[in-house]
Ligand binder design. Structure first.
Ligand code: NAD
Length: 358
């Protein structure tokens, strides 16, 4: 029976990498019944919004989606469609594997890390007060009264909510992922030495959850030390679990360690719904040119096949991607060595598809 999957093509380079991903997944023989929908700046005129209701309805219905990148227009008043999708569907866990691929230029060779980022809380909760406004002044006065500490006059204010509920479900997600995927260790990353009540709560909950998984090693690191250690001895680490802001930063650091945006996959999970997406954006300057690297979304497709339980197909697709990149003859401009003519997005996907079938 075919799996029902929503494909959100996105805008910019989205439709190109989406088509390439369909080509590569089709070659695995796993049957997918695609519902193809569009979101982003290209649909704003027809629907009056970059995120039409039917896109969310389709994802709620199929429960599995793969998504191309979507532009966030600066200063237009439109919020990020990507953030809106995560919020609307309560996709609380952002999973970003960072695994070295031979043939991709990078200062590191044997990176194999899983980053689990909390997606709904922390400074991203969106409660901020603009400098000089009556609301900011009221917040400053209120906090001075509550805490007995004064904050510099004229400050802008941001709120950092971290809850037991949010921390527990993300740490549990990280341990469950580790257990299901044969990983050995989970590291909680925080700044609890300074933020004793917010990051302190995250760490306390992480220690508590860890007790339910005695077969998996647990430790914790302060975020600045974590960054240094990742540069010096990444092999000591395995699964990292982080609150939202540190997760955002550290996952990009790890993407850089494996060669950057073109090869870094991702996924967002809620209790029932999963949305798979590359971490790169819509790269508008390359849109419609059939030039960019489709690897990141294809590897997000590998994560999707695993989620669907199609482990053999996932492995075949992963191996084919690695072989094509390693061979260096059918790769896009960002991966092609000097002297090799790069191929286009779709041609690289077709080389991956052909590799699966050999
Ligand atoms: P970007 O990732 O779109 O592009 C930055 C540069 O990275 C590109 O110019 C290109 O040189 C390179 N690059 C990106 N993807 C590549 C690929 N697949 N192959 C080869 N090279 C690639 O980042 P940006 O320019 O900061 O953002 C553009 C738009 O995308 C913004 O509107 C931003 O908000 C949005 N965005 C969306 C998502 C998402 O949909 N999840 C994520 C990040 C950014």
């Amino acid at each position: 029976m075919a799996y029902a999957v929503t494909l959100v093509r996105g805008d910019g380079i989205g439709p190109e990498v989406a088509k390439a991903t369909q080509t590569a997944i089709a070659a695995t023989g796993v049957e997918i019944d695609w519902t193809v929908v569009d979101a982003g700046i290209d649909v704003m005129e027809s629907y009056g919004t970059p995120l039409p209701d039917h896109v969310l309805e389709s994802i709620r219905h199929t429960k599995v989606a793969i998504k191309g990148p979507i532009t966030t227009p600066i200063g237009s008043g439109f919020r990020s469609v990507n953030v809106a999708i995560r919020k609307e569907l309560d996709l609380y866990a952002n999973l970003r594997p960072a695994k070295s691929i031979a043939g991709v230029r990078s200062a590191f060779t044997n990176v194999d890390l899983i980053i689990v980022r909390e997606n709904t809380e922390d400074l991203y909760a969106g409660i901020e007060f603009e400098t000089g406004t009556p609301e900011a002044q009221e917040a400053l006065d209120f906090m001075a009264k509550l805490s007995g500490k004064s904050i510099r006059a004229g400050s802008a204010i941001g709120v950092k909510p971290i809850s037991d509920f949010g921390s527990r479900r993300i740490v549990k997600f990280a341990f469950d992922y580790a257990k299901a995927n044969g990983r050995r260790k989970v590291t909680a990353v925080h700044k609890a030495n300074i933020m004793k009540f917010t990051d302190g709560l995250f760490l306390e909950v992480a220690r508590d959850v860890a007790k339910d998984y005695p077969e998996i090693e647990f430790d914790d690191r302060i975020v600045d030390n974590m960054c240094m250690q990742l540069m010096q001895k990444p092999e000591l680490y395995d699964v990292l679990v982080l609150p939202n802001l540190y997760g955002d930063i550290v996952s990009d650091l790890c993407a850089g360690m494996i060669g950057g945006l073109g090869v870094a996959p991702g996924a967002n999970f809620g209790e029932e719904i999963a949305v798979f997406e590359a971490i790169h954006g819509s790269a508008p300057k390359y849109a419609g040119q059939n030039r960019v690297n489709p690897t990141a979304l294809i590897l997000s497709g590998v994560l999707m096949l695993k989620h669907l339980g199609e482990l053999d197909a996932a492995q075949k697709l992963q191996t084919a991607v690695e072989k094509v990149i390693g061979d260096k003859t059918h790769v896009t401009y960002d991966l092609a060595p000097v002297g090799v003519t790069p191929v286009g997005t779709q041609e690289m996907a077709e080389a991956i598809a052909a590799q699966i079938k050999t």
